[in-house]
Design a protein around this ligand. Structure first.
Ligand SMILES: Nc1ncnc2c1ncn2[C@@H]1O[C@H](COP(=O)(O)OP(=O)(O)OP(=O)(O)O)[C@@H](O)[C@H]1O
Ligand SMILES: [Mg+2]
Ligand SMILES: [Zn+2]
Length: 510
């Protein structure tokens, strides 16, 4: 007992004099580091490269922000989305921290002012879009800064964008490999919430991280509960219900600007004050939307993905997707906006089988370049995987995390976990045989034509043919063309199944 007391007093004393914790309190007002943060901050201060894979909302930004403040130098941050940079800069400025971003839309005067502050060493964080690194002027700037010894670290945020294996590959990120040469001796930190092992290996290789400190924590967010369900013809009642049942701020993701605008109008008509947020807004309106989202007690923001990712409010109680996301990794990040205060929050995903077709077509527009083709193929696979998670009857969280290479037990919170005891399983093999036989007769047919025909042949059959065919693609009994046309082919396993079927028991969710 006595020694425990002495230990806790010692810890308290240590925390009083611990300069890092002191700096954390001084600049951000937080009493303690979150898991993983201190390790990365210390490594950067010691000049060591880092790879930090920490869950959404874990506080990755702090890992590179604090070293700049402790050293009173500059940290350069590469970030893929202007909206993301602006949000972070605004948050830092509110805390009185000198931060700025350099991007294409900056006016001449603003740019000059920025350069002056850089020369005078007044800036702590500079956010940069990756394509800026190509510019002679940026390289000159880096040279100068480096020459004066004012660079504390280089941070590559959302670093999975550099990997062609990632879900959000950006060609501009590829050039970041040159960062190392531009500023030799300055530690580089790569950060991501969703980097599967293959992507991590890519990050280390492409960014030329030298003996990096690797901090990988589970991507699990134990306060989030996922629900995925088919989108009814009119989703409005469902959306209203979700809004009414949720706490805090609400974030709704729509796929296009048009969809954003029309949902804002519908929600306003239904008596919910909703605000649009997308790239088509004037800067003033954009600012207003952000402020509304930050300040209103229970705001409803309808945003496109690129813009929704740029908002950070800790008490988001609902993240609602109106359509199927493009990948499991992307969905983990987007839904990760919810519950950053650690309190329970809900992530609702409404999808329809048509979503994959429309998204798939967009992805199929790849050029003739083999690398582009390969990426388009990967994108189709990721899309199929996302659909199979939404249509599947397994635990949502477990399936999502599997996509980033993590094995966890069922969460017990998602819709499927909660429904598991009452769900009715049934053997689908007789219907499976009919789908496979139809393909054996005529291989390479489009999904839609096939389901229409099966429906006509047997209107009374209680089979959900489209769902079943997609399911068989997921089970790898059928192959599907990657061009977005959803042409189906019998695979060797499918032929085998026709000869020697086995029971396939699923609980239909469709
Ligand atoms: N040590 C801390 N104590 C309390 N709050 C913190 C701490 N570190 C960060 N935060 C807060 O946590 C929230 C999430 O931080 P941040 O945006 O850096 O997350 P992230 O890991 O980058 O997530 P994402 O992967 O979604 O980008 C912010 O609102 C931030 O202010
Ligand atoms: Mg972040
Ligand atoms: Zn679950």
């Amino acid at each position: 007992m006595g020694s425990a007391l002495a230990r806790s007093r010692k810890q308290r004393l240590a925390s009083v004099v611990d300069p890092l914790q002191q700096a954390l309190g001084e600049h951000f007002g937080w009493p303690a580091f979150r898991p993983g943060q201190r390790e990365v901050v210390e490594a950067l201060l010691a000049g060591r490269d880092c790879l930090a894979v920490l869950p959404t909302g874990a506080g990755k930004s702090l890992c590179y922000q604090l070293p700049a403040l402790v050293r009173e130098g500059l940290v350069l941050v590469i970030s893929p989305l202007v909206a993301l940079m602006q949000d972070q800069v605004a948050q830092l400025q509110r805390r009185g921290i000198a931060a700025a971003c350099l991007h294409r839309d900056l006016g001449g005067g603003e740019r000059q002012d920025l350069q002056r502050r850089l020369r005078e060493g007044l800036l702590r964080l500079l956010y940069l879009a990756p394509e800026r690194l190509q510019l002679e002027s940026t390289q000159q700037l880096l040279d100068d800064l480096h020459g004066r010894g004012g660079l504390v670290a280089l941070a590559v945020d959302e670093a999975h964008c550099i990997s062609a294996w990632g879900h959000d590959f950006r060609p501009d990120y590829r050039r970041l490999g040159r960062l190392r040469q531009l500023c030799p001796g300055v530690p580089v930190v790569a950060l991501s919430a969703t980097a599967a092992p293959q992507v991590r290996a890519d990050l280390i290789r492409l960014l030329q991280l030298k003996r990096p400190l690797v901090q990988v924590h589970s991507a699990r967010r134990t306060n989030l509960a996922y629900t995925m369900q088919r989108r009814p013809d009119d989703p409005l009642p469902l959306v209203l219900e979700a809004l009414e049942q949720s706490r805090g701020a609400r974030l709704i993701y729509a796929r296009t600007r048009r969809a954003v605008e029309s949902w804002v109008a519908r929600l306003n008509d239904a008596g919910h004050e909703a605000i649009a947020y997308h790239a088509g807004l004037e800067p003033g309106a954009r600012q207003q939307a952000l402020e509304h989202f930050q300040q209103h007690r229970q705001p409803v923001l309808v945003a496109t993905i690129a813009f929704g990712m740029g908002v950070d409010r800790s008490d988001v109680g609902l993240v609602l997707h109106l359509a199927l996301p493009a990948s499991a990794e992307g969905y983990l990040q987007e839904s990760g906006r919810a519950g950053r205060d650690g309190l329970p929050a809900h992530c609702l995903l409404l999808y329809s089988p048509g979503d994959r077709i429309s998204l798939g077509w967009a992805l199929a527009q790849a050029g003739a370049d083999p690398a582009d083709r390969q990426r388009a193929e990967l994108a189709q696979q990721q899309l199929r995987r996302m659909e199979s998670i939404a249509e599947g009857e397994g635990c949502r969280e477990q399936a999502l995390l599997q996509a980033v290479g993590e094995l966890v037990p069922p969460c017990g919170r998602c819709d499927t976990c909660l429904a598991a005891p009452s769900r009715v399983q049934r053997d689908w093999s007789p219907s499976v045989l009919r789908v496979l036989a139809a393909l054996e007769q005529q291989d390479g047919r489009e999904l839609r034509a096939l389901t229409r025909e099966l429906q006509e042949l047997d209107p009374a059959a209680e089979a959900r043919w489209g769902w079943l065919a997609r399911r068989l693609v997921q089970e790898q009994l059928i192959g599907e063309s990657d061009d977005g046309a959803q042409r189906l082919y019998l695979r060797a396993t499918g032929r085998h199944y026709l000869k020697r079927p086995w029971p396939l028991t699923w609980a239909a969710t469709a």
